[in-house]
Design a protein around this ligand. Sequence first.
Ligand code: MF3
Ligand code: CO
Length: 291
Amino acid sequence: MFGKIGRNDPCWCGSGKKYKKCHFEFDQRLAELEAEGHEVPTRDLIKTPDQIEKIKESAKINVAVLDAIGEAIHPGMKTSEIDKITYDVTTKMGGIPAPLNYEGYPYSICTSVNDQVCHGFPSDDVILKDGDIINCDASTILDGYFSDSSRMYCIGDCSEEDKKLVQVTKECVELGLEQVKPWGYLGDMANAVHEHAHANGYHVVREFGGHGIGLEFHEDPWVGYTGKPGTEMVLAPGLCFTIEPMINMGGPDIYIDSENDWEVYTEDGSKSAQWEIQVLVTETGHEVLSW
Ligand code: MF3
Ligand code: CO
């Protein structure tokens, strides 16, 4: 993975700087960590400044979609209307909804209500009612660059119990995010997420995780939430990925609707919440690109 570049050759990242003044030390550090047995990102996962700018433009659309949904959402709304808002806002801003036709997914967004864990289909038949909790998971392609984030919305008067699930899940993401530091490990983040979920009596879904993102919708690494500190991929500056834990009020088990092979539900019917952010590891910490 570390091709031979002369110290005075232009850096592989496209900065135009000499390799020795740019990613030379970076590559050496990764090589050392790899030799120690750590999982390190391949070079194609490290975003260049140009790519980061493009991803940020894509993310502006994604954030605008979630903001527009936040303004429009109300009891009595069909989730198909959320799909329409997503399509309209995204395309008006020059983007494409990334979920549409992704591996056969038939809509522009995922709308997962109550015990739906993820990949809920927007529908004319799903009418939001007072007390529902819903995750809207938007993803955008702009000029070939991807963004992805999701939020929870509480519909009308929700129970204290459900509001707590939504709040704690958000805190899980925030605590995970605090662990995103250059030369840290993905497992540091994972540990923070599951510790907080368990401390509140909840369980983290194991089958679905976050992912690298930017040039593709789903890139390496796969981002789970069961890891231990100091394990899993090294958080090298330039790595861009999502943190998107699905937290169940009850047990961790899930099943996939066999009618469509997409919609995911909690096995025990308990409610599930999810927030998703897209984060970039920087030289000094991290930057949230989409939230
Ligand atoms: N937005 C989802 C994620 O966070 C993508 C689900 S795949 C889709 O990775 F096709 F349903 F969009
Ligand atoms: Co995602």
